[in-house]
Design a protein around this ligand. Structure first.
Ligand code: TPP
Ligand code: MG
Length: 297
């Protein structure tokens, strides 16, 4: 089960999530391509997972009893790679190879190239089906591991997601928790402009899932809600995590144009000139780091 979170640990996690955002900006700046908004918005959740929630051992990525993290919306992998490097799966210096030829850190995650990556992803809508397979394998093998499947709100527009939702609900697959990044944006606009999703709560309830909602940029609240999900033993859970895309970099926040742009490549309305974007982002994040330090002092 998930251990209690002490105040000192909360501060460490908040600082780590902030460092994760800085590393995301640095690796995207170095690669000159990749997605900014999703990785920044999900940094708190990834930090909570890798540093408090998941049962895992970076020195033994194939440990049979490890919890499984399935990243379905593969394009947000810069934050997956950063969290894995911070946790010790590979050296932090390797983050500079993001999206480069022959790098283990490709623009979408690839199982088999980098130990610790559970599934290959990129084509949206496949993760919940894959996670069901992994959860069912655990059931057959009498394992107690838990499967956390991260998806996006844009992915809720994929038919495959709903076939999987129906199956997991009918199987009562309690070893599965889906975490939806409900950031309200997708590639070309807001989800509600392009294909409205609400009410996701009612939809998942109708498919026999336990539905929980949380502020996905509040680490303590997120850890608490995962505890609530884990206490449900007769059906799968879905946590609708409301996040701010681009969190921590003011000119990126809530602007879908940062879905697939790295800092430094395009002049985008409301942002500094491209030559300054990376520096401004890092300056803002460093200021937030100092604020976290002083708030918890
Ligand atoms: C099956 C499929 N269709 C289209 C794409 C192209 N695509 C990549 S990301 C994306 C937007 C999806 O929305 P969301 O994941 O919510 O974006 P974010 O919140 O991360 O900006 C699209 C359409 C894809 N990867 N897979
Ligand atoms: Mg989205």
């Amino acid at each position: 089960m998930i251990s209690e979170l002490h105040d000192v640990e909360l501060k460490d996690l908040e600082l780590k999530a902030n460092e994760a955002r800085q590393l995301v900006i640095k690796s995207l700046t170095e690669s000159r391509s990749g997605h900014s908004a999703g990785p920044l918005g999900m940094a708190d959740i990834f930090t909570a997972l890798y540093f408090h929630i998941l049962k895992h051992d970076p020195r033994k990525p194939d440990w049979p009893d490890r919890d499984r993290l399935v990243l379905s919306n593969g394009h947000i992998c810069p934050i997956l790679y950063v969290s894995m490097a911070q946790a010790g799966y590979f050296p932090l210096a390797e983050l500079d190879t993001l999206r480069k030829i022959n790098s283990r850190l490709q623009g979408h995650p690839h199982r088999g190239t980098l130990p610790g990556i559970e599934t290959t992803s990129g084509p949206l809508g496949e993760g919940v089906s894959q996670a069901i397979g992994i959860a069912l394998a655990g059931r057959l093998d009498h394992k107690t591991y838990h499967v956390y499947c991260l998806t996006s709100d844009g992915e809720q527009q994929e038919g495959n997601t709903w076939e999987a939702a129906m199956l997991a609900g009918s199987l009562g697959l309690a070893s599965l928790t889906q975490i939806i990044d409900r950031n309200n944006i997708q590639i070309d606009g807001t989800t509600e402009q392009i294909m409205p999703l609400d009410s996701l709560v009612e939809k998942y309830r109708a498919f026999n899932w336990e539905v929980l909602e949380v502020d996905g940029n509040n680490i303590r609240a997120f850890i608490d809600v995962v505890g609530e999900a884990r206490a449900v033993h007769e059906k799968p859970s879905v946590i609708i995590a409301h996040t701010v895309p681009g969190f921590g970099v003011s000119y990126m926040e809530n602007n879908y144009l940062w879905h697939g742009n790295p800092p430094g490549l395009a002049d985008i309305a409301g942002a500094p000139p491209k030559s300054e974007q990376s520096k401004v982002a890092l300056d803002e994040l460093r200021a937030s780091h100092r604020k976290i330090e002083s708030e918890h002092a």
